[in-house]
Ligand binder design. Structure first.
Ligand code: GDP
Length: 445
């Protein structure tokens, strides 16, 4: 997402580098290139026009700056304008004074509502809330079941009509869920509603009826960022038909051009609040306009990276590990696996590296990075018995052959891992003697 836009803008800024001051002609040429870049990225025309006008005006009026050269000034102006069209400040979820807070999801079928319900639930749970998911999508035969599956994965309860109770009335289900939430002390209710493949009057009416029944604190419009220019029409239809308070962009991991993201907030006057960038429940975050802008401009997204890392390396686990090492206890294959999985939880290497400043240019190599090696190592360790994991010394030939069979690898893979682990263990021991472990994330030292 945003790759083309990023590349184009980077080229535009490169052309400016080395210029002592910008003439009107320079500014016009730059504005033209930015315009093309935005249009190619599928940003809606009215948004592009307003954007270019603002950039031009500010670039002409830019006072001579001691700190920034002209090229940097233009980057800064473009950055500021990007932040502005993305909604300015981060818009956080509003919680009701009297729980439960009711969040209703609306959007087309396939936009990612049900998946989002799970992501939102997990995210809420991580913040200490007690969310309840509500299956008010009774249109698609499998929708209730799908919500139950994501609810289970997120570890949250799902309120759904009793099976065999006829087709069911989504408005009644939604209303009933609130009573249930109050009785059982759930503090946030997330209502998943039905979508259609296209905009239709029945769909809007049903969503509006559910809205009237549950009086949501937040209506979130879920939008597939891959649908390009259609996004604007769809968003407008939902704004008129149901109304919404915020936008959630899904499938930002796709290779679409991303213009939807840049147009919708501006055209509807509603902020993008969350973004989804993958099918896993963890592939989800609060949307920060500033960070997104700097990502588009290639300044990296170090803040997001740091937050992600903090989320992953939880303090308790680190403390336990550090204590173990300090007391000279052996570093086992189980610890090794836990460390590896912690790194993995941060997302694919590609995603992590892509957030670092300056890494944009290596995107292709990064995307091809082989994660199968990590899968192999995980499979091998998981095929070992607890005793073997604790003391790999006991791994004789026949045990190694069994592990290779169990993990679908070759004995040479098992040998390779055991050797590498022995090296790591030796290093850990020598470090433990010195107290603290330089270079290990999340470790005090
Ligand atoms: P709904 O009809 O709006 O409830 O949409 P679903 O939640 O069923 O999602 C439709 C499809 O999109 C499913 O295959 C999801 O796995 C997929 N999906 C949802 N969110 C994302 C995302 O952020 N990235 C990607 N790549 N796929 C997603």
């Amino acid at each position: 997402m945003f790759d083309t836009l990023h590349d184009r803008l980077a080229a535009t800024f490169r052309d400016l580098r080395g210029k002592g001051r910008l003439s009107d002609a320079d500014i016009d040429a730059t504005a033209r290139e930015i315009r093309v870049a935005l249009l190619e990225a599928d940003v809606a025309l009215p948004v592009v026009k307003a954007f270019i006008a603002a950039v031009k005006e500010r670039a002409r009026g830019a006072e001579v700056s001691q700190a920034l050269n002209p090229a940097q000034q233009v980057v800064k102006i473009v950055n500021d304008e990007l932040v502005r069209i993305l909604g300015g400040e981060t818009r956080r979820l509003r919680f009701a004074k009297n729980p439960p807070t009711v969040v209703m999801l609306a959007g087309l079928q396939g936009a990612g509502k049900t998946t989002l319900a799970g992501k939102l639930a997990l995210w809420l749970r991580e913040q200490g809330h007690q969310p309840l998911l509500v299956a008010a999508d009774l249109q698609r035969p499998n929708a209730v079941n799908q919500l139950q599956v994501v609810g289970e994965r997120a570890g949250v309860s799902v309120y759904a009509p009793e099976p065999g109770n006829g087709v069911g009335d989504p408005v009644a289900v939604a209303r009933g869920s609130l009573e249930h939430a109050r009785a059982k002390q759930y503090d946030v209710v997330v209502v998943d509603t039905a979508g259609r493949l296209g905009i239709d009057a029945d769909l809007m009416q049903q969503a509006a009826d559910i809205r009237d029944a549950v009086q949501p604190d937040e209506v979130l419009f879920v939008l597939d960022a891959m649908i390009g220019q259609d996004a604007v029409v769809t968003a407008q239809a939902f704004l008129d038909g149901v109304g919404f308070d915020g936008v959630v962009l899904t499938k930002l991991d796709g290779d679409a051009r991303g213009g939807a993201a840049l147009s919708v907030a501006q055209l509807t006057g509603r902020s993008v609040m969350f973004a989804s960038n993958g099918e896993k429940l963890q592939d989800f975050d609060v949307f920060h306009p500033e960070r997104m802008a700097s990502r588009i401009l290639g300044m990296g997204d170090v803040l997001t990276l740091i937050e992600q890392a903090e989320k992953t390396f939880d303090a308790e686990q680190s403390a336990k590990m550090a204590g173990k090492l300090q007391s000279g206890e052996d570093f086992t294959l189980d610890d090794f696996l836990a460390q590896m999985q912690a790194v993995r939880k941060m997302g694919s290497f590609g995603k992590i590296l892509g957030m670092l400043p300056g890494m944009g240019q290596f995107r292709e190599q990064i995307d091809n990075l082989d994660e199968r090696e990590l899968d192999r190592v995980t499979a091998i360790i998981q095929s070992m018995t607890p005793a073997e994991r604790a003391a790999p010394k006991i791994l004789n030939g026949s045990r190694r052959a069994r592990i290779a069979r169990g993990s679908g690898t070759k004995v040479s893979d098992v040998n390779g891992l055991v050797d590498r682990f022995a090296e790591a263990q030796k290093m850990m021991r020598s470090l433990a003697g010195g107290g603290g472990m330089p270079g290990m994330p999340g470790m005090p030292g």
